[in-house]
Ligand binder design. Structure first.
Ligand code: URA
Length: 258
């Protein structure tokens, strides 16, 4: 049966009302497609996932050509990565672009996907409290007290799964360009994914956290502190003392760089 446009919209509205309002897999099935006969169906994959339109090398060339944040935002938004198909919107950044401290997280979750800003869910609220404890805020106009926040991956992976190493590496040229455009004094790699992607290591966050490392971009090499992700701290509050010690290390380094 060929459904009318109005019926399809009504069916969609009904599903959203029931709470079925987000992607639950990485691939997309066109359930409106008329079923085919068995032999024909076998030869046609019922998947509408977006094919990557650019290679990793391409993301490097595209990123390098962006001379300001607006151009970078537009370039990332236009980048045809498969994750884009399962997300509501591109989550680019939040905070003060003049900040001396830049925080790089993993990927948007459900709340970030809805609001279009990084770290706005429960983990984000904890992050804001952690920053406030050492006098930092994403909303402060004073660059000395402000932070700027982005993620390695700008599109929400379905069901908040951790992005794969391949997905992270597709976006890393954009992140390095983002860092160069912000030009912070210090970088915080918030969690396992950004630590591995920015520091190009396979060593996990539990061994890397609290130890200053360096992030190299085309324009500079800057100090980077890997820290435990707030979502992890919500699950493991017993480890909050480690985060506190890392925050104090960050505060001390900020003082040292003044
Ligand atoms: N976790 C992240 O790493 N980034 C976000 O934006 C939200 C949750």
């Amino acid at each position: 049966m060929v459904e009318s446009h109005e019926n399809l919209l009504a069916a969609l509205a009904w599903q959203i009302e029931l709470g079925a309002d987000e992607a639950i897999g990485d691939n997309f099935l066109d359930r409106t497609e008329t079923p085919r006969s068995a032999p024909e169906a076998k030869s046609v994959a019922p998947v509408l996932a977006l094919a990557p339109s650019e290679s990793e090398e391409d993301s490097g060339a595209i990123a390098a050509a962006c001379t300001n944040l607006d151009a970078l935002h537009k370039a990332i938004d236009a980048y045809g990565h498969p994750l884009k198909a399962g997300a509501r919107q591109c989550v680019f950044a939040d905070g003060n672009p003049a900040a001396r401290v830049m925080i790089v997280g993993e990927a948007p979750g459900r709340n970030e996907d809805i609001e279009g800003k990084p770290f706005v869910g429960r983990g984000g609220q904890l992050l804001d409290r952690m920053l406030a404890a050492i006098g930092l805020s994403r909303h402060d106009e004073d660059p000395e007290k402000a932070v700027y926040i982005t993620n390695i991956v700008p599109w929400r992976p379905a069901q908040n799964r951790t992005p794969s190493a391949t997905e992270s590496s597709a976006f890393i040229p954009f992140v390095r360009r983002h860092i160069d455009l912000i030009d912070p004094i210090l970088i915080v790699a918030m969690g396992n994914t950004p630590t591995k992607a920015l520091l190009d290591t396979t060593t996990g966050i539990m061994r890397m956290r609290g130890i200053w490392a360096e992030v190299t971009t085309p324009a500079a090499t800057r100090p980077c502190l890997p820290m435990l992700h707030p979502a992890y701290l919500l699950r493991q509050p017993m480890d909050k003392h480690k985060a506190w010690s890392d925050l104090q290390a960050l505060q001390a380094k900020i003082e040292e760089c003044r």
